[in-house]
Write a protein that binds this ligand. Structure first.
Ligand SMILES: O=C(O)c1cccc(C(=O)CC[C@H]2O[C@@H](n3cnc4c(=O)[nH]cnc43)[C@H](O)[C@@H]2O)c1
Length: 223
């Protein structure tokens, strides 16, 4: 099985690479694994993920990364899987409201690959192997910082998390019928710009453990 682990930055998957090299945890060797770095943001990730799909025809793409959360009840380090991905800043802000492409009638709801405005991961029933918590996410080009903007996004989309590449994965994979799963660990609360308050360590440690555990289960399933 041809499996690709993609991340926005190499740092997000360095520890996974190290774990796989130092003490290979996969017994059955059913997985032909490779790594891919998409770059940060929608533009770069959309191009490189589509190139990856057309050149390598993976059987499964795992997007592994960190993310900010809108939910103050989430502990930093928590690992989640994205079920529905929405575009959080493609549109116009006017009179304090944000109108997206659907509100502006520039995109049709439920027109493939959208399902009710979302890029829904229809592969999760088969591929969320560990039963990780499934959440709604938004993808943004400009990291959200203003408290009023945070409230607008929460009211409109009810997102649990925010990243800068999730929608690229969902869009490219749905368009090409490529199975995928987006696994994210929470590194910060959305709006927090003081990086000393981000918890990279727990996020990257927990993300690594979740990915290794996921690969073990996939390896077993494919035997
Ligand atoms: O500085 C480090 O040690 C470090 C280690 C791993 C990753 C990074 C990144 O800067 C990753 C950027 C990546 O993270 C996503 N992200 C994280 N928090 C947020 C957020 O609050 N809003 C939006 N995106 C977020 C995003 O997908 C970036 O591509 C640094």
């Amino acid at each position: 099985m041809n499996v690709v682990i993609t991340s926005a930055t190499q740092k997000e998957t360095d520890q996974v690479r190290q774990s796989l090299t130092s003490a290979p945890p996969l017994e059955n060797q059913e997985l032909d694994l490779s790594f891919h770095v998409s770059g940060v943001g929608l533009l770069s990730s959309c191009f490189s993920i589509s190139q990856l799909i057309f050149e390598q025809h993976p059987d499964l793409i795992i997007q592994a990364g960190i993310a900010g959360t809108f939910d103050n009840n989430f502990e930093l380090g928590k690992v989640v899987v994205v079920k529905d991905e929405l575009l959080g800043d493609l549109g116009v802000e006017e009179y304090g409201a944000f109108k997206d492409l659907f509100d502006l009638n520039l995109q049709t709801e439920n027109l493939f690959p959208f399902t009710g405005r979302a890029l829904h991961n229809r592969f999760l029933p088969e591929y969320n192997l560990g039963g990780l918590a499934e959440v709604t996410a938004i993808t943004i080009n400009e990291i959200t910082t203003r408290p009023t903007r945070i409230e607008v996004l929460k009211a409109k989309y009810e997102p649990a998390i925010e990243s800068m590449e999730g929608a690229s994965l969902h869009y490219c994979c749905l368009q090409t019928s490529t199975p995928f799963i987006q696994i994210r660990a929470i590194s910060n609360y959305v709006g927090e710009r003081d990086k000393s308050k981000w918890n990279f360590k727990d996020a990257l440690d927990n993300l690594t453990n979740a990915i290794i555990e996921y690969l073990k289960q996939l390896d077993k399933k494919k035997k």
